[in-house]
Structures are given as structure tokens and as C-alpha cells.
Design a protein around this ligand. Structure first.
Ligand code: FEO
Length: 397
């Protein structure tokens, strides 16, 4: 069933209450999600985006109940990733001659995925499409936010920015709008989405926000392709993105570790205690990276000014869980964060130094010392932990 957004604009998407993972298993979904598609019914009828393939039958049948599919004049595909384009093949079987407006890269993506040569119309930033009743669509390319093919579409007069993935969240809200959502969950899901999907492109986010603001287009509603539609103070999410893209950090230090026989866990807890004593106002959080959700941990790391990472030594290296986590950390390209490394060992003891080297290579400003604990934490082992805590707190000032 279509849901009115404003005037002749409706939501025709799919609320995915049961979704548990996204991007394969790389992104955890804790509070459902949605794939938002929109219908604009002016003199011309326009469909903006579709939904993921598992819901293509629902999507097409739902649309059929609302409108004659032949009445769709234009389809806008803001982004070719399959969660937004996956229902296109089912839809285009019904209306194969309907023109599709998208970026040049999106043509590559759609042809590559679906092997169809639909009637593509390539658009660039500033291109417009007249849809009657004095209204236009204006296209804004959003390359690498978060794919090379991404774009946003702006509807004049109604002042709605259909931003696709940007400003979205994986968050199911039946009532659709931001003012109807649980505000704590909304903020949590929005920053998790930014930290885990958009953070690597923060320099581009900054430039794109400047460009959108520079267009001086009034924005009454931001309608992304996932999660809530921002109608109450929609600029708040642009402001948040500007903050998050600007080397964001709070007064928080996050400790991440894995452990074999609890020595590294104990070291992590002692390090947390020491940091708290030295800097009582700092929020300190500790996570076992093989037990806690990696995307939730990354969100906490994104919020942090500093991190400490620890592993036991096994086979002259670090645990695979820590190695995998570090590579994920590196891929997110967080900036302006301090770091420290620690490790436990029985024999050769390479882990702390290996983590330190990785963090330095990944661009983290890393304290010179590492904390190494042999076998288990004893009174004489507290000194390197205290030193590491002191050095990290100092470096984090
Ligand atoms: Fe929501 Fe990049 O797809």
C-alpha cells in the first residue's frame, strides 16, 4: 500500500522487519531495515528506486494495486546496488519501454547485473526532468556515497531530496518518519550506518555537503532509501554528517581484544581500570572482538578518540579474530585517532608489536610503548599496563 509523504509523493517501499544481515553477513541488522521507493504522481508519473529482489513480487503487485504500471512515465534509479534495483527485472517485464534515468556508472552496474538493455537515459549533476504541474526533478551525482554510480534526486516545489543511501539507516519504522521513531535507536542506527558504510568516504561527504548546501535548494524532507524519512528538522542529519565527516570523536577510549586463556582479557580489564583512574571523565568501553558484533564495536571505535587493541601470541602472530578485526578497522579509514597495543604470551611474544605495527601502518598515532604480559597478570606485570594507560591518556589529550 502506498503511503503519502507530501502532496503527490508516496512511499512504495518494503519494511524489512526480519532482516538480520546486509552486504552478505558484513553488516548486522539489529532493528530491522527498509528499502524505500517512492512514487511521484504529477502530470508525469515517476518511480524513484525499487526494492531488493526477494520482495520483487510484492513490490510489483503492490504497485499494480495503486496505479496502472503503463502510467509510469519515468523510472529514476539513484543507485544500482541490488537492494534498490533488484525489483527492476520483474518491473521491466511489465513495462519494458519505460525510460530509466540514472548515472553513466549506474548503466554499467545495471547492465552488468541484469544483462538487459533497457532504455537508459544518462544524467549528470544539474540535469533536470520536467514532470509537469510546474515541478522538476534535479539530479545530483553522489559518486562514492557510497558507490561510483550513486546519485540523489531533488523534487522542486515539494522540496524533497531523495538521497538514496546517504542519510539512511538500517532501521525499521512502520510510521516511516523520523519524528515517529525511537530517537535513541534512530541516532544509534544512523551513526552505525555512517561508521560502517560511509566513513571511508568522509572527505567526499564533506565536499558533497558543501555542494548541496551551495545549491541553495530549500529542503523540507530528506527521503533516503533506508530507514526513516526526515521531515522534522531534516537538516539535522546533514549537520550530523558534517560532524561525522570531520574527524569525529567523543571523549571515549575503546579497548578491543580477544583472548585464549583469559590473560589478555584480564589485561584489557586492568587497562580499562587504569585509564578510568587517570581520566575519570573519559568513557571507557571494552569489547571481545570474537564475541561482540563487529559493526557495533566499529561504531564505538568511530566515536572514540583512542583505541587499545590486544591479542595473545599464537604461532608467532596474533589471533585470527584480531587480525580480521584489524583489517576491517583499516578498511573504514577512521582519521585522527590515537592507539595503543598490548598482548600476552608464553613463549615468543610477538603479538603486541605486530598490532602496534599494523596500527601505525593504518595511520593511527600510536604510543611508543606496548604492554606485554608473560603467562598471566602478576603484580610485576602491572607496570607495563600502567605505563601504557598513562601514555595513551597523555597522547589522547
Ligand atoms: Fe542501499 Fe548501496 O545500497
Amino acid at each position: 500500500m502506498k503511503r503519502n509523504i507530501k502532496n503527490n509523493v508516496s512511499w512504495v517501499g518494503f519494511i524489512d522487519w526480519e532482516l538480520e544481515n546486509f552486504h552478505g553477513d558484513d553488516y548486522s541488522i539489529m532493528n530491522g531495515s527498509s528499502q524505500n521507493a517512492y512514487l511521484v504522481e504529477e502530470e508525469k508519473t515517476v518511480l524513484i528506486d525499487t526494492v531488493w529482489k526477494p520482495h520483487d513480487e510484492f513490490f510489483v503487485e503492490n504497485l499494480k494495486e495503486e496505479i496502472d504500471l503503463d502510467s509510469i512515465d519515468y523510472i529514476i534509479i539513484n543507485h544500482g546496488e541490488i537492494d534498490h534495483s533488484g525489483s527492476l527485472p520483474a518491473l521491466m517485464k511489465e513495462i519494458p519501454e519505460t525510460p530509466i534515468y540514472c548515472t553513466k556508472n549506474a548503466v554499467d552496474s545495471l547492465k552488468g547485473q541484469f544483462h538487459e538493455d533497457w532504455k537508459f537515459n544518462i544524467v549528470k549533476t544539474g540535469d533536470t526532468l520536467d514532470i509537469g504541474n510546474g515541478k522538476q526533478l534535479i539530479f545530483v551525482e553522489m559518486p562514492m556515497l557510497h558507490w561510483p554510480d550513486s546519485m540523489a534526486t531533488y523534487l522542486t516545489e515539494d522540496n524533497i531530496l531523495f538521497s538514496n543511501d546517504a542519510f539512511g539507516q538500517h532501521f525499521a519504522v512502520q510510521e516511516l518518519f523520523n519524528d515517529k521513531a525511537d530517537q535513541c535507536l534512530l541516532e544509534k542506527e544512523a551513526i552505525k550506518y555512517y561508521a560502517n558504510i560511509l566513513a571511508p568516504f568522509s572527505p567526499l561527504v564533506k565536499r558533497k555537503i558543501d555542494e548541496i548546501v551551495g545549491l541553495n535548494l530549500p529542503i523540507d524532507i530528506i527521503a533516503p532509501s533506508h530507514g526513516v524519512i526526515w521531515r522534522d528538522n531534516p537538516l539535522q542529519i546533514i549537520q550530523k554528517y558534517a560532524e561525522w565527516a570531520d574527524d569525529y570523536q567523543e571523549d571515549q577510549i575503546t579497548i578491543v581484544y580477544d583472548t585464549m586463556w583469559e590473560a589478555t582479557a584480564k589485561t584489557a580489564y586492568l587497562l580499562a581500570e587504569e585509564i578510568s583512574q587517570l581520566s575519570p571523565d573519559t568513557v571507557v568501553k571494552v569489547f571481545n572482538c570474537s564475541k561482540e558484533d563487529k559493526n557495533e564495536i566499529m561504531t564505538e571505535v568511530f566515536k572514540s578518540k583512542s583505541i587499545a587493541v590486544g591479542s595473545p601470541t599464537v604461532g608467532r602472530t596474533i589471533l585470527s579474530s584480531v587480525a580480521g578485526w584489524l583489517h576491517f578497522l583499516d578498511s573504514l579509514k577512521f582519521k585522527n585517532k590515537k592507539a595503543a597495543a598490548f598482548g600476552t604470551y608464553g613463549w615468543s611474544g610477538e603479538s603486541a608489536k605486530e598490532i602496534q605495527d599494523f596500527l601505525i601502518d593504518a595511520g593511527y598515532d600510536t604510543v611508543d610503548s606496548v604492554a606485554k604480559v608473560k603467562w598471566t597478570v602478576k603484580d610485576e606485570d602491572l607496570e607495563p599496563i600502567k605505563t601504557l594507560a598513562k601514555d595513551l591518556v597523555e597522547l589522547s589529550k
